[in-house]
Design a protein around this ligand. Structure first.
Ligand code: HEC
Length: 308
């Protein structure tokens, strides 16, 4: 009796799910979702090749230094980098004195407390400090940016699909709204204070184009020309480092681990054979590949005069 009731309840549930699915399917085909400007005009990120790509990738320190320079001179005006400390810059090849100087001369001071009065105060950064936010708090950041919040860039290369290539595409992707878009979707006109960029998910970004002219940042002699494209590449490479400073170590230790696992698998397999050898030999083998059948076959072939 109880089983019957359980069966009927189960069947009713399954039927309800099926009916709901069928009706959704009908609505989908009767009134398909309307095309949107985002759907038609959003573009996949561009290609970007970096020295750190792939399982053998290593950072190009020269490029990371240029990228840091772009961050320092352009992006740090709005974006923080709170997960990276000044002393981490050693990894980019800066000497201790240089790191100290960079921290000391950073345009924003770090929050602290006045030791005499206990009042909030600021002091110059030291290598142990993390890169400070240019704004006192979120409200101040939004107030200065048309109510949009410039996100912290430390993990940006991990946070978006495409990583560094996405950042590069955003930086070099600003353009005028295509006439075709306005014709088809007049309501999707870029609003005041926003900027059209087809690589951004909703096509309109609150960040004004940060890199606009060649030579905006002056590179040291021996480096490529600071074109907008080059600066965008460099700062994207730099953000790969901030998101994963130990990438090189991970790449280096990956291979020995893979080789060790291969050897361990081989040893495991051999000891399995060794341990089971006795037990398995007890089972007499049958069929065409059994030694007895093989010998018989050879004998018959020989008798019949077949060779090979
Ligand atoms: C004038 C201030 C300003 C400057 C300078 C600036 N940004 Fe932004 N950035 C913003 C704001 C505001 C947003 C948030 C945009 C939004 O949500 O619409 C943003 C968002 C971003 C995003 C995130 C986009 C996303 O998918 O959410 C990235 C990446 C970025 N900025 C990188 C940079 C880099 C790299 C630089 C330096 C070359 C830079 N920004 C310079 C204000 C700025």
């Amino acid at each position: 009796m109880f089983r019957w009731i359980a069966g009927i309840v189960g069947f009713a549930f399954a039927a309800a799910v099926l009916v709901a699915f069928g009706s959704d399917l009908r609505t989908y085909f009767k009134a398909p979702p309307e095309a949107t400007a985002e759907h038609e005009f959003h573009r996949e990120h561009k290609e970007l090749k970096l020295a750190s790509d792939g399982p053998f990738g290593q950072f190009d320190k020269q490029q990371l230094q240029r990228g840091f320079q772009v961050y320092k001179e352009v992006c740090s005006g709005c974006h923080s980098l709170t997960r990276v400390a000044f002393r981490d810059l050693h990894q980019l090849g800066y000497e201790e004195a240089e790191v100290k100087a960079i921290a000391n001369q950073w345009q924003v001071e770090v929050p602290s407390v006045n030791p005499d009065t206990g009042e909030p105060a600021t002091r110059k950064a030291v290598p142990a400090d993390h890169f400070p936010s240019p704004y006192a708090n979120e409200t101040a950041a939004r107030a200065a940016n048309n109510n949009a919040l410039p996100p912290d860039l430390s993990l940006m290369a991990k946070a978006r699909e495409g990583g560094a290539a996405y950042v590069y595409s955003i930086l070099t992707g600003y353009q005028n709204q295509p006439a075709e878009l306005l014709e088809k979707f007049p309501a999707a006109k870029t609003a005041q204070g926003l900027h059209y960029n087809p690589y951004f998910a909703n096509l309109n970004l609150a960040m004004p184009p940060p890199l606009t002219s060649e030579g905006q940042v002056t590179y040291a002699p021996g480096n490529p020309k600071p074109t907008v494209d080059q600066m965008a590449r460099d700062v994207s490479a730099f953000l790969v480092w901030t998101a994963e400073p130990n990438l090189q170590g991970r790449h280096k230790s990956g291979w020995p681990v893979v080789i060790f696992l291969i050897i361990a698998t081989l040893l495991g397999f051999l000891s399995y054979r060794e341990i089971w050898a006795q037990a398995k030999r007890k089972v007499p083998s049958k069929g065409p590949s059994a030694p007895a059948s093989k010998a018989k076959r050879t004998r018959t072939s020989k008798k019949a005069g077949v060779t090979g």
